[in-house]
Each structure stands twice: as structure tokens, then as C-alpha cells.
Write a protein that binds this ligand. Structure first.
Ligand code: PEP
Ligand code: CO
Length: 451
């Protein structure tokens, strides 16, 4: 029998690669790959292993994953304030979920590298003009202009440097005191007291405050406790643009294994998860924790085959299956998948993306999602896993810290006629900060029922 060639970072090149840009000048793309290959890694192998262990805890039902951030990060949005505010929402949501679940929450941002988008259609209409679809700032500009949409490989270098500076500030904020739990609790109290809807969560918020005061009362010095003021926030993005990912793969000097060093966690999207495709082939060779999105067309045997391919050594935390089935379909579609995977014996973390199968376009032409559908898919996710006896291990959300009007509903209800006010996303509609926190409180209520 022929022995398969060992995996190397470029192995994907012999497989069909969907959704890749057609660089007008292949030599320019090659030069960028060379340069990226010389630049330092963004993350190191030991961190990826630590995240696998943390996610492994979630596989066993001893932790919960909160993965959230932009649909597409923007090259125009790299200020310190923007990064701080994004982190702040993630920490606020996490504090609420930790309390609701009485479990550690593994915090993973769609941040510091989420610069490419898969698109179903190769063209889109913007203001009456037909243009190549926007595929993310690592590939081209979002300007509605045919010349601006020509893929430019130099943008991959800019994506790298923006990811570096974003991650640098995240590391500083999460270890430098900004993430202090008492501070996060103050922000949550502000949310609760600043609107009638927020008051619905006064009980949970007050309980968290009491828990902190209780710890202080029994002599725990909150100012001195590392767990109170330092957190781990991990980075993630869709590993779509393989010309970017390949040169950032590095061999770990301590184990000799390959690691994708563009982020701690990478996933394959619904459009590029073919078993024999380039993206799954790429993820199969790196040791990072990885994810796969699963839409309503996913079949149980196909999902088990993906589990075999991506987690042959059956490492808990290595593989996260992110279902995005739709609020109306989740109850019917998820249990057969969860049963088949459970029977295979391969450990996976189940996470719910309640965004991508609940998107629709309003008569005014805005792509949007209803808060209630998002919540309903999460409820269906919990109910399905309860039915099968598997652990509903996390959520995967598109959120922003800005006060945008992109999704409908939520505590300070966004109505259809208001979508125009601040519709700013580069791609899909995101929950704004209040809607995100509102959702965290709702999920915390659901978690209290199961833990
Ligand atoms: C996304 O997460 O932004 C995305 C495109 O998701 P999916 O691959 O599930 O459609
Ligand atoms: Co999206």
C-alpha cells in the first residue's frame, strides 16, 4: 500500500479550493506569501494547546464556549477604543454566562484576523450597479467600484499587521487590569439600570454583586486575586484565504508539530467544508483547535466523516461543530447529527451559531436577523442536546460594541424602519452591544435550567 505523503502547509494546493481570489498578478501574490512566511507568528503553539485543553473541558460539560465578534473586521476600524469596546462586550457577556452556568466560560473573539468572507454569489448589486461580491478587506476594498474590488495581495500584509496590533492590545487589556471582574460587574449594573428592559436582569446582576461581596467578606482579597483581574481571550477567524494561512503555519520547535499561527482557533465555513476539499485538508494538518460550520444540508454520515478526518486521535477540544440550522429547523435537524456523532465516539464540542441560518432581506433591502429567531435557535439547540443527552457546549455569535441598528428586536427594540439609522456592517447584520448583553442574560437563564 502506498504511504500517504506527510502533510505540509502547502498540501491543500493539490485539492479543490473554493472561494479563493483570482489574483491578477500571481507573482505579486507569491511575493506576499514569501514575506508573510518570514514574519513572526501571531500566536504560539503552547497557547493553542492551552485552548484545546480549555475547550476539552467544555466537551465534558465542565465549561461553556462564548465565541463572538464581527462578521467581517474592517481595515477602517483599528482604534484602541474600538478594540477596547469589543473586548468589553465580550467580558460583560462572559460574566453573565459564567454566573448563569456556574461554569468557566472560554472566551474566543472573532477578532484579529476575521478579514475574509465566503460568498454564495460571485456578484452583488450595490446602488443599482452589479459588482464582484465583497470578500473581505484582506482581499479587496468594500468600495462600490469595480476597480476597488480587484483582489490585491498586498492587503494580506495589511491584514497581518492589523491582526498583530489588535492582538497586542487585547493581550495588554486582558492582563493589565482592564478585564477586572468588579469593573465588568459595574458595567453590567449600568446596563441593568439604564433601561426598563434591563431591569428584568436585576436579579442576576445583584446576585453577582453579592457573590463578589461575599468573597470579600470571607477574606479573599479581590484586588490580589489573579482570577478576578486577568482573563484569557483567544483569537479566531474563518480559515478561508489559504494564501494567507499557509505561510503563517509554523513547526513547533518543542513537539515538531505544525500549528496555524494566524490565530488560536480556526474554522471552516459552511461553503468550504467538503471532506476532500482544500480547507478541510488544511485544517486536518494543523494541531490547533478547529471548528466546522454545519448548515441544514449536513448529513449525519458526512458529519461523522468530518469528525474522523479532523479528529482522528479523538482529542477532546480539538474539534468544535458549529451548527447553524435555523430557528425553524434546529429541532428536527440537530438531534440526528448529535446522535450520529455520539455513536461514533469521537469527542466534539457542540456550539450554536444562531445567526447564519436566520438571515433575511427586508423590503427596503437590508440584510437582517430577528433577535427572537436568534434566541429561538439557541433554545432549540439546548432542547435538542437535552433530548439526545449531549452537552450544549457554546454559542458562536456575530456582535459589535457599536450602537448599530442591523438586527431587529432585543431589549431596546430595533424596528424595521430604524435599520437605516446605523446600518454599518461590511457583511452580515450584527447584534449591537445592548442586544448582545440582552442575549447573554437570556442564555444565562437557559443555562441555569440545565446546570
Ligand atoms: C460566518 O461565520 O461569517 C459565515 C460566513 O458563516 P457560514 O460559513 O456558517 O455561512
Ligand atoms: Co457572517
Amino acid at each position: 500500500m502506498a504511504v500517504a505523503d506527510p502533510w505540509i502547509p502547502s498540501s491543500w494546493r493539490s485539492l479543490p479550493a473554493l472561494q479563493q481570489p483570482d489574483w491578477p498578478d500571481p507573482a505579486a501574490a507569491e511575493s506576499v506569501r514569501q514575506r508573510l512566511g518570514q514574519l513572526p507568528p501571531l500566536v504560539f503553539a503552547g497557547e493553542a494547546r492551552a485552548l484545546t485543553r480549555a475547550l476539552g473541558e467544555a466537551v465534558e460539560g465542565r465549561a461553556f464556549l462564548l465565541q463572538a465578534g464581527d462578521c467581517a473586521e474592517s481595515f477602517r476600524d483599528v482604534s484602541a477604543v474600538a478594540i477596547r469596546e469589543r473586548l468589553k462586550v465580550l467580558l460583560q457577556m462572559s460574566a453573565v454566562l459564567t454566573y448563569g452556568a456556574t461554569l468557566p466560560v472560554v472566551k474566543v473573539g472573532r477578532i484579529a484576523g476575521q478579514f475574509t468572507k465566503p460568498r454564495t454569489s460571485s456578484t452583488e448589486r450595490v446602488g443599482g450597479v452589479e459588482l464582484p461580491s465583497f470578500r473581505g478587506h484582506a482581499i479587496h476594498s468594500d468600495e462600490p467600484d469595480a476597480a476597488a474590488r480587484v483582489p490585491d495581495p498586498e492587503r494580506m500584509v495589511q491584514a497581518y499587521y492589523q491582526a498583530v496590533s489588535t492582538l497586542n492590545l487585547l493581550r495588554a487589556f486582558t492582563k493589565g487590569g482592564f478585564a477586572d471582574l468588579t469593573q465588568v460587574q459595574t458595567w453590567n449594573q449600568e446596563f441593568v439600570s439604564s433601561s426598563p428592559e434591563g431591569r428584568r436582569y436585576a436579579v442576576i446582576a445583584n446576585e453577582i454583586g453579592r457573590a463578589l461581596r461575599f468573597m470579600q467578606a470571607i477574606g479573599i482579597d479581590l484586588g490580589d486575586e489573579r482570577a478576578i483581574h486577568e482573563v484569557d481571550v483567544w483569537t479566531s477567524h474563518e480559515a478561508l484565504l489559504l494564501d494567507y494561512e499557509e505561510p503563517l503555519v509554523r513547526r513547533d520547535s518543542t513537539t515538531g508539530d505544525w500549528y496555524a499561527c494566524s490565530a488560536h482557533f480556526l474554522w471552516s465555513g459552511e461553503r468550504t467544508r467538503q471532506l476532500d476539499g482544500a480547507h478541510v485538508g488544511f485544517l486536518a494538518g494543523v494541531e490547533n483547535p478547529v471548528g466546522v460550520k454545519l448548515g441544514p444540508a449536513a448529513m449525519p454520515d458526512e458529519v461523522v466523516a468530518l469528525c474522523e478526518r479532523l479528529n482522528p486521535l479523538r482529542v477532546p477540544g480539538r474539534l468544535t461543530l458549529v451548527t447553524r440550522l435555523g430557528a425553524d429547523r434546529v429541532r428536527e435537524a440537530l438531534p440526528p447529527l448529535a446522535r450520529a456523532v455520539r455513536e461514533s465516539g469521537i469527542p466534539v464540542l457542540w456550539a450554536c451559531d444562531p445567526m447564519h441560518a436566520n438571515t433575511f432581506v427586508t423590503p427596503s433591502g437590508h440584510k437582517t436577523r430577528r433577535f427572537d429567531d436568534v434566541l429561538r435557535e439557541i433554545e432549540g439547540f439546548f432542547a435538542s442536546h437535552r433530548e439526545v443527552g449531549t452537552w450544549p457546549g457554546g454559542v458562536h455569535l456575530e456582535i459589535t460594541a457599536e450602537d448599530v441598528t442591523e438586527c431587529l428586536g432585543g431589549s431596546e427594540e430595533v424596528r424595521e424602519e430604524q435599520l437605516d439609522h446605523r446600518y454599518e456592517t461590511l457583511c452580515d447584520p450584527r447584534l449591537n452591544a445592548r442586544q448582545s448583553l440582552d442575549l447573554a442574560f437570556r442564555v444565562a437563564e437557559l443555562m441555569r435550567a440545565v446546570t
